[in-house]
Each structure stands twice: as C-alpha cells, then as structure tokens.
Design a protein around this ligand. Sequence first.
Ligand code: ADP
Length: 443
Amino acid sequence: MTPNNHQKKQPTPEKSPEKSNTGSAVEFNHIENVIAVMSGKGGVGKSFVTGLLASSLAKKGYQVGILDADITGPSIPMLFGLRGPVEPGDHGILPLQSSSGIKIISMNLLLPREDQPIIWRGPLISSAIKQLWGDVMWGNLDYLLIDLPPGTSDAALTIMQSLPLKGVLMVTTPQGLAAMIVNKAVHMAQEVGVPVTGIVENMAYYRCPDTGKQHFIFGPCHSDAVARAASAPVMAQIPIDPMVAELCDSGKIEQAVVDESEALFTAFVKKVPVAGKPIPLQDSQSGYDTSPTRHTVDPTMALPVIQDDASHDQSFAGKGYSEKARRLIQSKENLGCFETPDARAKFKGWCGDSMQIDLLLAGDVIREARFMTDGCGATIAAGSMVTTLARSKSLTEAMQIMPEDVLTALDGLPEDHKHCAELAVNTLRETIKTALENSKGKS
Ligand code: ADP
C-alpha cells in the first residue's frame, strides 16, 4: 500500500478532488448497465472504441457516461476536447459533459495540470478508481462505459471484482500479438466470472479512398479466434482511418463518421438492452451478423453430424485419434461459412460425405477459410486443419497442400479415416479453382 517516493507531490485519491465535499454519491446514482472496455495491449484503440460507442449511444438518445479508469494514461478527456477542473455537487463530484451530453470523469479532470503525471502503485490506483465510481454524481444512466487501462493489472481486477459489471467489451487488432494478449484478458474475465459482451476489431484494414479496396495492413484478422475463446460475437471490424486519428487528436471524436459504428451500436444494444427502450431491428447492413466475415449456416448444406458412436472426447480416445484431432473434433475450429465469401465450393467424396469450403481473399492471399461438412469426426478434424493450413497462403501455395500435409498436421488419423484428409484437400482445391475463375471473370 506504500506509494513510491514521488507520492508526496501527487494528489492522493482521498484528497481528489480537493473541492469535493462528497460522501458517497452512489446512492443517488441509477446506472442500468456498467460495461468495461478492455484490451490486453495498449494502443489498439480501446479509448477510441469507448468514445465511438458512447457517441453512437448518446446520439440515439441513450444516457451515457464514461469513467476513464486509465489513471496513469487517461485519454478520454482529450478525445472529447474536455478540460478540468470538475466541480463539486451536493453529494459528490459533477462529471463534465461532452457536446452530445456524455458524462465524463477522468483522473485528468481532477488534476491541476493535464500533463501532470500520476505515479502511483497499483493499490493506490485501485483506490482512485473506486473513488471515481463512488464519489461521482452520474445520476441516471443507461450505460456507463469504463475505459480500463491496458492489460490485466490491479486496476482491471479491482473493477471486475468490485463494480457491478454487466460485461466486458474486448478490443483487439489484427496483429497476432494483440490477439494473444487480448486472450489473456478474456481468460481473466472468465476467471472472475464477468461475461464478455463482444469483441471489436479495430484497425482491421485500410480502405483505399480511391478504389474502395480493403488492404489488410496488419495481416489477417484474429477476432474470430478471440470470439470463439470468449464465446462472444465480433460486433464490428473498424478500419484504420487517418481522419479518425485527426479528429481524436483534436478532441472531436463525436464528429467522426465511421460506417461501422452503426453496426457496433446495433450489436451492442441488442446484447445489452435497456429496459423500456426499443431494441434495434436486425439491420441487414450492420453488425457482425452481416459483415463480410460473418459465420452463418448455409441452409443448402446440412449441419455437421458426428456419426461416430458418441460425440465427446473420450469416445475418440483409444480409437487411433491423436490428441490434436480430438481437440479439433471438440472445438470445431473454422466450422461455419461466410455470408459473402470470395469463393465457395462443395465436394462429395467417394465415401459419400461432403464438405464445403468458403474463402475470404485479400488479393490472391487466403485471409480466412471456413468449412462445413455432413461427415464424421475425422472429417471435421480434417476440415478444421485444411482451413487452418490454407490461411495466409496464396491461392497457388494453398493448391499445393496435400492430404499427407493434413495428416501430418493432425498427427495422423485412424487408418479407416485417412480418406477424410483427401476429402478436405479436394474441397479446398475446388474452392481455389472457383476463386481463380472468379478472378479471371473480373479481369
Ligand atoms: P488505447 O486506448 O488502446 O491505448 P487509443 O484509443 O488511445 O488506444 O488509440 C491510440 C491511437 O490510435 C490514437 O491516436 C487514436 O486516435 C488512434 N486510432 C485508434 N483507432 C484508430 C483507427 N481506427 N483509425 C485511425 N486511428 C486510430
């Protein structure tokens, strides 16, 4: 609990703000939904996503607040062009209000100078966050968004354990490292029993203003994998937009026009509704449900049925299935299809089982691949593996994938199921042929 040497020069949570004549404001507040916005890693746009979502909600008539819990690196006031100091009210600190009426509190609004650093150890930071929660007069809010500091620190733990969170919105970017670290945050939320509300993939791609073409600057997205681990939907994939950065830097985030914010708003309000307010109708142009990377079930393809005698892990143990194959049969990685794939093909194997593969392309590189099958567990493992092997390869490279490669990657399949790897590879090849034909058609 001991602050470091710099502590003497620092405002303490107990004294901040000096003007407050507070006591607890909590009993005067009525906050319907408290949602934390979290990322594993800094700089992925967590504050930006918080600000964007808050702006969309406020513009649609919801009462919104933001608690900037990034005590040592607060950026919310800057995004909204707000400067302190905040004023005391009858029962606590009065938050500042943005131009669209979002109530905002941040450590920076309590400091005499906005560039004054906060150099506190974890426990003091946690205590400051509790005070920002308890001593601020939020009044009636439909949503309070809490912008967490990056990582799985004390601050994140304090909020998850001591505030009445409805859920956590996870922000990630396409880089593998960001996805790996956000998975830690997902596990943390799961361990403390806070549900993950949704995933937002920020900086997902750059859309060329001249051609409208999407460039996947940071590589293929990983949000689907994060979504699977979190059992939560991907609510939006937001592109990199230099205009956004400029508006954020100049305190005008509320003026940012981001097409995907409508999708985020719809998906969010549907997942975390407010009593008495209408839930937006399914908008065919919005939300992860209808984005190009949506997984859907193709009605023309039967759902996969595991035909082996039981579908749980033990049933495959001792039958020649490797641990890897068993894991994929259970997790069904890459199972599904895209609503608007760049290429799709089906193939029926000599055994009578069928498979369908969908591809999303970035140029001639396979960005994402999904499969469906009506076959057995081994077919699911093979479909899972072939789509994983194909990802990030060019069409020509993926054409070279052999059934042996799938078998090797799976650490083998039982002798009488080895043909499932052929079915998976043949389906992939058919899909690649379709992709090549499509691209010839376009040129
Ligand atoms: P974090 O809260 O995760 O540390 P920020 O929200 O502060 O990240 O964003 C980091 C920087 O990236 C900011 O300058 C912000 O304006 C910029 N930024 C975030 N998202 C985008 C985007 N989609 N396009 C362009 N710039 C972005």
